[in-house]
Design a protein. Structure first.
Length: 391
């Protein structure tokens, strides 16, 4: 006896990629540009802080976050977004994927206006959004984020019957995979829509500190400016991309007091808190911006390389943020296979990050390329890619 609600999930992106490529020989030295795993150095003092607080491994860690870490996050939100978010409006996470999933469990109602609730997700999307919707008993609705609408979903264009059933809308800015950044006007429109139709916005802002020139506007700062109901918006952040610490598993969620109460209540039963020495390290990392500025500088160099190498490719769009390229091709799977067989460069077909809809699969004609390798390797790989796919 097994549940059926997950039975129609497609294989996850990376098992699909292995099935596509791994029974073929690479055409050259292997270069991995598939997974968004940061490769820049994290602050050298992180391990010293962990060692200094290693006695904490002998204790059960605070489930909602150590006071030092919550204070550091609160301070960062104030400096970054100009919002006064006290520690009681925050909760630490064991990576933001946990929070993006469990917030839906805690906050999605069983019905909305007497019908099955809807969870809106951009398409392409971070796959946990859809699984969270299904697990919460909601219907995921995939809204294509295509070039014509700036690679961000236009939720305002949805039929009113869908919006009346909407309980949650996920949005990622800067977007994974396209690197599009939600403007202040975009946030104002989305939050206004949420107020009108009474749904919550889950703002996945994990790439917020990797940008070209202007810091992306955040959902919280716009919500405060607009006087939006504090229970309307939750934001999710992480040290994985900001500080090159995906293995530290340190993220947080911030939201209205009632939302946070319900999320904490669920996490008391089902959560896996971060070990105390790692929380102490995370507190110091959130308080430091020097390493973040250096990280951003390194990505800016790679953005510049991408613009130089691929700028004359038809349909190329230079991303505003994040560290992916979303490159147009005739067919994403065919392009990824060709690139692997002829060069050894490994990229991800865009269709593996998106779903089929009535208007097509918005990832089918794209590949995602992660700019996480050293810049000399990035330049060489992008030149190889350009000659293979666009020569």
């Amino acid at each position: 006896m097994f549940p059926e609600r997950f039975s129609n999930l497609p294989a996850y992106a990376f098992p699909r990629l292995r099935a596509l490529l791994d029974h073929h020989q690479p055409g050259g030295d292997v270069v991995h540009m598939t997974i968004g795993e940061p490769k820049h150095a994290f602050p050298a003092w992180v391990t010293d802080v962990i060692s200094e607080h290693s006695y904490g491994f002998n204790k059960y860690p605070p489930n909602d976050g150590a006071p030092e870490l919550l204070e550091a996050i609160s301070g960062w939100l104030g400096r970054r977004y100009g919002v006064d978010f006290q520690p009681d409006r925050l909760m630490t996470l064991n990576g933001t994927r946990e929070g993006l999933y469990n917030a839906a469990m805690a906050l999605c109602p069983e019905t909305k206006n007497g019908e099955k609730p809807v969870v809106l997700t951009p398409n392409p999307f971070y796959q946990v959004y859809a699984v969270a919707a299904i697990a919460a008993g909601a219907e995921p609705v995939f809204v294509n984020a295509v070039k014509e609408n700036g690679f961000l979903p236009n939720y305002s264009a949805l039929d009113e019957d869908v919006l009346k059933r909407t309980a949650i809308a996920y949005i990622c800015s800067p977007a994974n995979p396209q690197g599009a950044v939600a403007s202040r006007a975009y946030w104002q429109t989305l939050l206004g829509l949420a107020e009108k139709y009474d749904f919550r916005v889950f703002a996945d802002e994990c790439y917020s500190e990797i940008y070209r020139s202007t810091p992306p506007v955040g959902a919280l700062e716009v919500a405060v400016e607009m006087g939006i109901d504090p229970e309307r918006v939750l934001v999710f952040h992480s040290l994985s991309k900001r500080s090159n610490l995906p293995g530290l598993r340190s993220g947080f969620v911030a939201g209205g007091p009632e939302c946070m109460r319900r999320i904490r209540q669920l996490r008391a039963y089902s959560g896996a808190p971060l070990p105390l020495p790692l929380q102490m390290a995370a507190a110091k990392v959130w308080a430091d911006e020097t390493h973040v500025e250096e990280n951003r500088r390194l990505y800016a160099e790679k953005f510049a390389i991408a613009d130089e190498v691929l700028g004359d490719v038809s349909g190329y769009s230079s991303p505003e943020g994040g560290f992916f390229l979303w490159l147009p091709v005739e067919d994403g799977e065919a392009a990824a296979l060709k690139l692997w067989q002829e060069t050894g460069v490994r990229v991800l077909p865009g269709a593996y990050l998106s779903r089929d809809t009535d208007t097509g699969n918005p990832g089918k004609n794209y590949i995602r390329v992660a700019l996480v390798a050293p810049k000399t390797e990035v330049r060489s790989a992008l030149l190889t890619l350009r000659d293979c796919l666009y020569g």
